[in-house]
Design a protein around this ligand. Structure first.
Ligand SMILES: Nc1ncnc2c1ncn2[C@@H]1O[C@H](COP(=O)(O)OP(=O)(O)OP(=O)(O)O)[C@@H](O)[C@H]1O
Length: 255
């Protein structure tokens, strides 16, 4: 199998500057298709910065600059000529705090497809139902699709945000601590959902919670002070890491 068949995304020498501050110092990391990769490391090590570089979200931050190549389906999507709207359609993102639009549940999911030109009500209905089903929230909301999304619980809102990302039919989902603002039951629902989603999508998740990384990811990448220290199968990172810094971090003997 050549790498394009096996990999959803390849990154090479990613450097991110905020003004003159070099926050990410040249990270190269590949993401196998249909696997969950967890990005771990202490606060400020650059996990979110790296995640945001993967779908050009750093472009939205004034003064931020991303160097290096990000290869998606044979194209370097970090090139300024590439349409970021298209990039984010293929590489969706969900943030730490659920952020539904102040609209109905239906409109939250239909919003992206509508903006991409889909007008047919039947087609939109189908996209909404399929996306909500895939995000494991359909049964909870099917009788109140026209009610405000803001009336949902935090955990439901987060699954709605995942449904909103899925409605764009992405290949890759970027999740930035998607469960850290949720209670334990909602968290375990999100974890189950992530393990389901990898059948169809490639998932890259930033998490502070090492048990969570160990439970749900296939591969884990450990970041420290803007560098990628080590990346490997999750079981290896947690039981027999190659680098002392990784071992200190995963065993809680850090710093
Ligand atoms: N918008 C920004 N403007 C300026 N500097 C930033 C910005 N975002 C992050 N940084 C800096 O970049 C470095 C990496 O931050 P980043 O948020 O990526 O780390 P992180 O590992 O995700 O941390 P946390 O786990 O606390 O979210 C830090 O030094 C941070 O202060």
């Amino acid at each position: 199998m050549n790498s394009q068949d096996a990999l959803a995304l390849e990154t090479k020498d990613i450097k991110v500057y905020y003004g003159s501050h070099l926050a990410l110092k040249g990270v190269s990391l590949d993401f196998p298709k249909n696997q969950v990769t967890a990005l771990i490391g202490p606060s400020g090590c650059g996990k979110s910065t790296f995640l945001r570089s993967l779908n050009r979200m750093n472009d939205e931050i004034e003064g931020a600059r991303t160097e290096g190549s990000i290869i998606y389906k044979g194209t370097n999507i970090n090139d300024s000529s590439v349409n970021t709207f298209e990039v984010r359609k293929n590489i969706g993102m969900v943030f730490q705090r659920p952020n539904p639009f102040p609209k109905s549940i239906y409109e939250n999911v239909a919003y992206g497809p509508k903006h991409h030109g889909i007008k047919n009500k039947k087609v939109l209905d189908e996209i909404v139902e399929t996306s909500l089903r895939k995000a494991a929230i359909w049964d909870e909301v099917k009788d109140r699709l026209n009610k405000s999304a803001l009336a949902l619980s935090g955990g439901q809102q987060q699954r709605l945000c995942i449904a909103r990302a899925l409605a764009m039919e992405p290949d890759i989902l970027l999740l930035d601590e998607p469960a850290s603002a949720l209670d334990p039951i909602s968290t375990s629902k999100i974890e189950e959902l992530i393990m389901e989603l990898k059948r169809e999508y490639t998932v890259i998740i930033v998490t502070h919670n090492m048990q969570q990384a160990a439970r749900i990811s296939d591969r884990t990448a450990f970041f420290y002070m803007g560098d990628l220290i080590e990346e490997d199968e999750t079981s290896k990172i947690f039981t027999n890491p190659g680098k002392k810094q990784t071992e200190d971090y995963v065993t809680g003997h850090f710093g």
